[in-house]
Design a protein around this ligand. Sequence first.
Ligand SMILES: Cc1ncc(COP(=O)(O)O)c(C=O)c1O
Length: 457
Amino acid sequence: MLHSNLRGDESAYSEQEIRWLQSVDRETVWHAFSQMADYDGLIIDRGEGNWLIDIQGNRYLDAASSLWCNVHGHSHPRINQAIVEQLAKVAHVTNLGMSHPETIRLADRLIRLAPDSLEHVFFCCDGASAVEVAMKMAFQFWKQSGAGQDERNQFLVLGNAYHGDTIGTVSVGGVERFHRLFGPLLFPVLRGPCPTGSRIVPHQNDFLLASYLREYRLLFEQHAREIAAVIVEPLLQCAAGMVFHPPGFLSGMAALCREFDTLLIVDEIAVGMGRCGRMFACEYESVQPDVLCIGKGLTGGYLPMSAALTSGRVFDAFLGDSTRTLYHGHTYGGNPLSAAAANATLDLTQAVLEQGVMGERVDRMDSELRAVQSMGCVQRVDYLGMLGAIEWNAPSYQLGCQAVRRVCDELHREGIWLRPLGNTLPIVPPLSITDDELSMLFIKIRQAVQQVAASMT
Ligand SMILES: Cc1ncc(COP(=O)(O)O)c(C=O)c1O
């Protein structure tokens, strides 16, 4: 039986079923990054294009791309079909000593698209597992690189970095409110500043760039022989609060890595696979990393898959007898269903990037965000590709967080799904968002921001 609701669509669930699902979801499911004492999340029944529809039939524009991973909308017929066709053949083939045509094709395509330095692909399942294996590769690489490299046991990382939630990635992370508690479990790292610039207000970038690179140069000079690798989220640090680096920081760090002969790991989990307007963020500064991690948008947000792409230099250090093997792997690494989803997604993403459609959408993000910037309660706006940010201007960080949470609550009531990130509102729509949807999104954002600002004065 179908049931009507407040916002148009009909629900396939009875009132009783809805109450049961809500209560079991609250009491049994432990949700990620959520305080379960007052949990009251949406329960999504299905997705149609750029929209999510909950069990009550309410529609939400998915302006967070299902936490930054959806690229071409939900239930895309090409991606669905690729998965279904693969499913009819085989659901899983282990990556340990075996392979599969979809996975092989995907590896070949990734290497053709990625910066020239990268020649090999190690498949994993989530972003954190790609960064985790990248770190182990870098560590083992130096152990197998001849005499004089024994002290290379450290990672040089950025302030406020976020690379995932496993103990290894938390060690190299630095977001206080997520990571502080676990201090006693973490391995020590060398940490530099969080390079904060702006793409939209560029006038201080040159000065900031020089000063951050000076600080990092000092760390290299003092510790070069201890550093196994430098880990960088290229161009912007999303989970840190959408912090945009001064342009030139990535290539500056890559140059320092070359000068001091250290490996460079770039974490493109959030920014890669078309999200930033190019296939890889590294392309903006012509950087050739030793290891590049991708995840999230790799399968368009359909199935779990991530990968660490490595240079020939790194890969070759593992060749030889069994003592040189990389003893690391994940049960579902290189899964053919995920690979089929990734190949179909890549077809679509390449078409979007080649047709230049992104340019118009990015121009729209630019003008819409600049209109928000003039609002008094807004501290800062910035964007790159389909990654935008609005930071709230408040007397304290806590008040800013409260305001952004209330903006999101208001937007939910208006049929927009966005999630707060501290005192910042990340706006991360799928590449497939239409012009009409983008303008509707920003009308609703401006209204919500105005409303919350008025209620807080
Ligand atoms: C830059 C970056 N690295 C790694 C991760 C971890 O990815 P996952 O949540 O898939 O483990 C994230 C997740 O947001 C991320 O933004």
